[in-house]
Ligand binder design. Structure first.
Ligand code: SF4
Length: 291
């Protein structure tokens, strides 16, 4: 479904209020979303416009689920065959859901999706031996206060390393990023590190991003400078969001991401009307807003 197909386009125009409700918190992905484009952030996190499921994101969810299931098996039983069996369970559970539909599970896209997901799962084994990992948390939901904002996030995996320290692992199913966006993504995982430190009272010794497609691992060792920098960056960003809400002023920021943006129909950069987006939100006041 494209932006023009969203049912919201037919809603009557409603004037934008003088101020918009601020979100009650943020997730690492919402932090990136605001940095990428303030207006798209507003449509997604404040107006809560419907967004069509994306096939790459759905494929990523499938692979994450297969790897999560793999780590519920005891060490010594985490072979590639076991991981592929877990992938089949994940595929079965996704069938009939919106993600399953966008991937064509049970239909035309089933075999191709299974092949792509199996390839990513197999590539994971080039990065580490899962039998050597002591995972103490899977899909771990954490909350912490960073830079004055309530941050909520889900950590793919938290490991206890042989030396007794904690390691945060995040799986990525896209290609590894350029150096610039690598720093952007590292901001996200540094948030995870800060959350672990606040919740468990111990700073992780390492944070690693496992890019399955390449496959390549990027890791960093969090330090005091990073933690201080994170507090300042998230604090500044949170203040910018609050200011934008107070003034109901979220600006579009055009980039390559516009090609995949679901909100073009409401974006002034594409001759869209932002007030039409607010009309959808006003007509659906109980919609749960992402954070
Ligand atoms: S189309 Fe581009 S500029 Fe407009 S809201 Fe989407 S990402 Fe932002």
């Amino acid at each position: 479904m494209t932006a023009v197909e969203l049912e919201s386009t037919s809603a009557p125009a409603t004037a934008l209020p003088e101020r918009l409700p601020a979100p009650t918190g943020l997730s690492p992905s919402r932090i990136s979303a605001f940095r990428d484009c303030g207006l798209a952030f507003r449509y997604s996190s404040i107006d809560k416009l419907p967004e069509p499921p994306s096939a790459p994101a759905a494929l990523g969810t499938l692979v994450h689920h297969a790897l999560e299931l793999l780590f519920t098996r005891p060490a010594g039983q985490r072979s590639l065959d076991a991981a592929l069996a877990d992938l089949d369970v994940a595929i079965e559970l996704a069938s009939g859901t919106p993600d399953g539909e966008v991937l064509g599970l049970g239909g035309d896209g089933h075999d191709e999706t299974r092949e792509q997901a199996a390839d990513l799962v197999a590539r994971y084994f080039a990065l580490e031996d899962p039998d050597e990992i002591r995972a103490i948390g899977l899909e771990l939901r954490l909350e912490a206060d960073i830079g004055g904002a309530r941050i909520r996030g889900v950590i793919d995996r938290l490991d206890l390393a042989p030396d007794g320290t904690l390691v945060v692992t995040d799986y990525k199913t896209g290609r590894s990023p350029s150096q610039f966006s690598e720093q952007q993504r590292m901001l996200g995982v540094t948030v995870y590190s800060a959350m672990v430190e606040q919740v468990f009272g111990v700073r992780p010794s390492r944070i690693q991003l496992l890019y399955l497609k390449d496959p390549v691992a990027i890791s960093t060792e969090p330090n005091d400078r990073q933690v201080r920098g994170l507090d300042i960056k998230v604090g500044a960003l949170w203040q910018a969001i609050e200011r934008a809400c107070e003034r109901a002023d979220f600006r579009p920021k055009q980039s390559r991401l516009c090609d995949w943006c679901s909100f073009q129909a409401y974006c002034p950069a594409f001759d869209g009307d932002p007030a039409a987006a607010w009309a959808i939100s006003a007509a659906n006041p109980d919609a749960k807003r992402p954070e």
